[in-house]
Design a protein around this ligand. Sequence first.
Ligand SMILES: [Zn+2]
Length: 829
Amino acid sequence: MNETKMNVKKLITSALLISLTLATTVHATAIKQTKGDFEDKFRQLDEVLPTPNVYRNAAGEPGENYWQQRVDYKIKVSLDEEKRRITGHEEITYHNNSPYRLKYLWVQLDQNIFKEDSIANTANNFGGIGRRGPYTKAGDKKTPAKISLGELRRQQFMADNELGYEIRAVKDDSGDKLNFTIVGTQMRIDLPKPIKPNKSIDFTIDFAFNIAEEDAVSARSGYEHFPKDDRAGGNDIFLLAQWFPRLHAYTDYEAWTNKEFLGRGEFTLEFGNYEVEINVPADHIVSATGKLTNSKDVLTKTQRKRLKQAKTAKRPVFIVTEAEALENESAGTSKRKTWKFTANNVRDFAWASSRKFMWDAKGYKQDSDKMPHVMAMSFYPKEGGDLWKKYSTESVVHTMEVYSRFSFDYPYPTSQSVNGPVGGMEYPMITFNGPRTKLQDDGSRTYSQAEKRFLIGVVIHEVGHIYFPMVVNSDERQWTWMDEGLNSFLDGIAGREWDPTIPWGVEPRDIIGYMKSEQQVPIMTQSDSVLRLGPNAYTKPAAALNILREVILGRELFDFAFKEYSQRWMFKRPTPSDFFRTMEEASGVDLDWFWRGWFYSTDHVDISIDKVYQMRLDTHNPDVDFARLRDIEQNKPSSLFVERNKALKKELWVDRNKDITDFYDDNDRFTVTNKERNTYNKLLKDMEPWERDVLARAVEEDNNYYVLEFSNLGGLVMPILLELTYTDGTTEAQYIPAEIWRRTPKNVRKLIVTEKNKELAAVTVDPGWETADVDVENNHYPRRIIPTRVEAFKKKKRKGKVHRDIMQDIKTKLKEDKEEPAETKDKGQ
Ligand SMILES: [Zn+2]
């Protein structure tokens, strides 16, 4: 740059500054930032995400050399109802699609979690957070520690029953024994020679185990006993999951994902094809992952006819009616039947069996060449009552309608909801759902509004899991949020499309209590280490995605990107970085700040509007500007001292001595001199023509210049949603993108210019509660009075042993009436 150019530039800069000088009455406080406390909230995520490679590329897609293993199973399993025991034989074909030679295979033995010496059992923290089901509470000085009766029941059940796998044999395809080593819930099988890339190996496992009682151990499967059914000894519902030894996943990002099963972190699994033969008492009805292939052997002609009718029915048709189920449940038989199922391209297999089941079904048609027709079905005992008859299968269909719109066509032939003791759990094509009706004295069955909401909600949620993670096969053992968070986000959409008056728990306002709490870890925490699983892995990611869709990207961009993610990773194994990258890549929006804030930190949203300044443009004409300044001066409140003296009619010195006043007594400090007028005229003369025009126009328009000052108290950077209310009663919405915080993440100022007559009366940040801002009171300028409650209370009676009147109490008679125990118990988990 040469000297002339530099001078010109200097001139322009200074001229520009002059024309923008604002005559402020108050000066906005400077944004403080020292070099020590600066944090770049917009730092790119590349330093945190894994380096893109040929398996997973930088776009978040499967890379050109993407691979995943495949495992096919042929299983024969038999249920011993009396002993509540499973005996099985499985033939496994392991396809090594990886570029590596494998000397051994790792198998998951989830049933071993119930062994006395399992890590899950021995590493349980008393009073700690984290186990599914029964719990304990630590005490303090005032309150004793607590152990729930449920926890005692669990301990008693574990002491009385031998649980965990009995691995009877592991053999290769010629019947020779293979060496194996059991390590907790895992088993290593040593191969005589390594499996080469693109080769496969066949082997068999013989196994057996005693089924756990679900209500005692609170697993994700097990049996439930109904002692009061007509049949002698009662009846059971059996829900079987994590029931066969299945391969650990072997992946490009972690090799063997052999992490001990501790109960919380769910499953990391491979896809494959299944043929399963389930041998049960002949009067049982079986529901399973897959399609029933021998209906002729297990269903009556009438039942098969009904199944056909159900395909095109408007409302669910009973395949097994209530009357038939009641007859099964009271009669009993010693005969047995084998139900055969096939399931292709699934990552797991679960099933349910009971003579208590009635069964209804309804076809779901979709615009898909591969799977134009899906059977939605429900299996439930009489305890399900009208609640199940009316809502279960309909909820299954509604879920497929909504989820398919956001991802892909439902890819399997069946979609099932089974009632049982597990509150809610998902497997390919089959889900377990808990809520029931309650038997009343008059023989009717009723349910609460909460149970109705629970049923619809849990069916939508669990069937939703058939998409995530059963098809979009994320690694649940590592990242709970990838299936629970995405699924909760979508179940919130399906739920609100069903009935938005039911609280679905995914609105931004539903997460603020958790967001401001101390007990938190980032969403990106390994599943078994997550504190407060519900808000961390379900609500927070769901609310975050809600905000991303409704506030930041808008529905069009979000839906396009989300669908792209779903379809890219359908029947494949995405990791968090694949999700983050795809959402950015497909939406075209840099979201690194969003993932960093919501997924990698425990910051919360709390944006405060601190001050609003109204300013007028300085005209530089001393005759105008000085008069304005005089106005401001004269509008200031006068001194109390002066006012009181005036009231007392105290005469001032200057009034008493008028003969010695001078120029300054008649002219104040805002008096304009010709010297100042000359300076103004010179300023105008020195200006470039365009500068003069700009200033002249600005002076003529005499707009309002408002500076809004915001502070970020929560740490999480977010867009600022503004509602501006004017003195004429009109309102206007303004959206300030999150990028306003990129250089000063703690404080920012925003200039808003309005026409002369359009004056601001009030400013509200996030008026619709769309950003999970934890303190809405500092969102108002000016501040408002906060409505809240106060309650009068009575002093509590003293309770200690010494405060009892034992002399009197001991005279009270002993009551001995025995109450009948209730028939149904509350199942809500
Ligand atoms: Zn879930």
